[in-house]
Design a binder for this molecule. Structure first.
Ligand code: G6P
Length: 611
């Protein structure tokens, strides 16, 4: 899982490539490098271990001149992070950057070594460089050489390749890893993701698996790996470059937390039918008949998206009265899970590229289920394989810890439930209208909660920053939020945290409690309130420091907790949209006070395209 970028045009390419890599660093950041066609018909390479700034220093010491080049930011899969394992990899006249994993790397390495190649690194990528180089040696042009080499590869790749013999072009190819081509005026770009290209162009050409392209300053030629021409219209992307920047916030994560009201507005736009108290469901890809006939909904996802699906199950069962099951994608795939016709599989993924979710959804589709993707990245792999796609419009999410995508996923799952509920006659028009109106008010309410709780939550984070364990408890729709609150804290502040259904506390986690453990207990005024307050008291009786997240004016919660975070009274189905906000802020401030790398926490990556 890495980020790749390429430029061909009239400008000096190194600054453009570095800028693109900076925007892709969220994909991995253990080493980085550039390869450029230098004057005099040579390819020159600079690589550095660690974050991009190390590569920038290397380039300050030894600049790279040239107008055609490729770049890479790495997240190690084969071979530890080191300069020799950093990309680009060079073999003779050929340089390659790669995102993905070549599965047959072992036999290829043996074969190349037996043929006399000296392989410098432990990576699978260097083998690709040698394979292409050998074809070039036999007289093929770069395009033909790449095509021939691709025929030897099994696995996932997005690659960009240079040859010293053809200094005016880059050849790119894609299979199962993302790659987008940016179309400029007299210049062309490629990258793993859209934000890298936004400052330069909004016109993007999305490559499909099994395709390759030849990029020159004034042209792009797209073909299949087999050689057939492909015609495809570019798409215009509305995200502004500023949206992909930090916009004055200290970290992307904080910016993205505060962007949630806007993200929610964009996600709801055009989808709420307020006139009829309904949801416009054309993107869901089901006829009214299909909606009635669904036997079961199967929700597949990983990480934060998985937590959204737990809430999604509760929404679907309550509002659409359709049985819903949740599966962690990596546990679903490869199993003899019972799935097939009549099942609607909802694959939820911010990136749309998470390999486990992609493969799980494909398996379900092969067995006859219909697949609906809920994804944030337009044109990504999961939406492309799905039968229909219901995008979240959160805009680019750069912080590795997902925030605004989580809340917009909740919104799409709730809209899906309302749409199905109406079609299936499971809710009244009146109830559906209440939910639609509640959704429409959410952007404003979320803004109030963010502004109203920010300072208090920052103070609490400072007070409890040294806690070694934190417990998060919630019932019903507050349970996935407890899980999500704990995950956020673990991810960015490296504090051990457990999210638990409040009712399960007595079956284990209660043993963890003592006076050093903050317990964040979600007790909004909902049908579970009384029992949740009892759990809160149980924690307090064992001397936990109790922080309650409760509905405004809840005197009981105030009395029984040490600290109280209040959210406004809303329909209980909408509480997760609000309770999650202070928990995101809490994790953020703890991490910030600890001084961790909030946007790029250790060992994590934004998009996980490995198994
Ligand atoms: C990684 C990210 C998480 C994300 C998960 C699923 O672990 O660090 O923030 O929730 O992948 O990603 P997806 O793009 O499928 O939502």
């Amino acid at each position: 899982m890495c980020g790749i970028v390429g430029y061909v045009g009239p400008q000096a390419c190194a600054p453009i490539l570095l800028d693109g890599l900076r925007r892709l660093e969220y994909r991995g950041y253990d080493s980085a490098g550039l390869a450029v066609h230098a004057p005099g018909g040579r390819i020159e390479v600079r690589r550095a271990v660690g974050k991009l700034r190390n590569l920038e220093s290397a380039l300050r010491e030894k600049p790279l001149e040239g107008a055609v080049g490729i770049g890479h930011t790495r997240w190690a899969t084969h071979g530890r992070p080191s300069e020799v394992n950093a990309h680009p990899h060079v073999a003779g006249d050929v340089a390659v950057v790669h995102n993905g994993i070549i599965e047959n790397h072992m036999p290829l390495r043996r074969e190349l070594e037996e043929a006399g190649c000296t392989i410098a690194s432990d990576t699978d990528t260097e083998l690709v460089a040698h394979l292409v180089e050998r074809e070039v040696q036999q007289g093929k042009d770069l395009e033909a050489a790449v095509r021939a080499a691709l025929g030897r590869l099994e696995g996932a790749y997005a690659i960009a390749v240079l040859s010293a013999k053809e200094p005016e072009r880059i050849v790119v190819a894609k299979s199962a890893s993302p790659l987008v081509i940016g179309l400029g005026e007299g210049e062309m770009f490629c990258a793993s993701d859209i934000p890298a290209l936004l400052p330069y162009t909004r016109d993007m050409l999305f490559m499909e698996d099994g395709e390759m392209a030849v990029l020159e300053a004034g042209s792009v030629r797209l073909t299949t790996v087999a050689g057939a021409d492909v015609e495809r219209e570019p798409k215009r992307i509305d995200w502004s470059p500023v949206m992909a920047e930090k916009a004055g916030y200290k970290h992307f994560m904080l910016k993205e937390i505060f962007e949630q009201p806007r993200a929610m507005e964009d996600t709801l736009r055009g989808r709420l039918d307020r006139e009829h108290g309904d949801v416009h469901g054309h993107e869901i890809g089901l006829s009214e008949e299909d909606a009635k006939g669904i036997r079961r909904v199967l929700l597949l996802a990983c990480g934060t998206s998985h937590h959204a699906t737990i809430a999604g199950k509760y929404f679907l069962e309550e509002i659409a009265k359709v049985p819903a099951v949740i599966e962690i994608a990596s546990e679903f795939r490869g199993r003899e899970a019972v799935v097939g016709e009549g099942d609607l599989v909802v694959a939820v993924s911010q990136s749309g590229e998470t390999l486990d979710t992609l493969v799980a959804a494909k398996e379900a589709k092969e067995r006859g289920a219909k697949v609906l993707a809920i994804a944030n990245v337009i044109g990504s792999a999961i939406p492309r394989m799905a039968d229909a796609v219901f995008y979240t419009h959160a805009g680019p999410e750069i912080g590795v810890a997902s925030t605004k995508c989580f809340s917009t996923q909740l919104a799409n799952l709730l809209m899906l439930s309302v749409w199905l509920g109406r079609r299936r006659g499971a809710i009244t028009a009146e109830r559906s209208r209440e939910l639609v109106e509640g959704l429409a008010r959410l952007p404003t309410t979320m803004k109030d909660v963010l502004q109203g709780t920010r300072q208090l939550v920052a103070n609490l984070a400072r007070r409890y920053v040294d806690a070694r364990d934190v417990l998060y408890l919630g019932r019903g729709l507050s349970f996935p939020i407890a899980l999500e609150g704990a995950l956020k804290l673990k991810e960015i502040s490296y504090v051990h945290a457990e999210g638990y259904p409040a009712g399960e506390m007595k079956h284990g986690p209660i043993a963890l409690i003592d006076s050093s453990v903050p317990a964040i207990v979600l007790v909004p005024r909902d049908r579970h309130w009384e029992r949740s307050i009892s759990n809160l008291q149980e924690a307090k009786a064992r001397e936990a420091i109790v922080i309650a997240v409760a509905t405004e004016g809840d005197e009981e919660a105030r009395q029984v907790s040490h600290d109280l975070i209040e959210i406004p009274a809303v329909d209980e189905v909408l509480t997760p949209f609000l309770t999650v906000l202070p928990l995101q802020l809490y994790a953020y401030y703890v991490a910030d006070f600890k001084g961790t790398d909030v946007d790029q926490p250790r060992n994590l990556a934004k998009t996980v395209t490995v198994e």
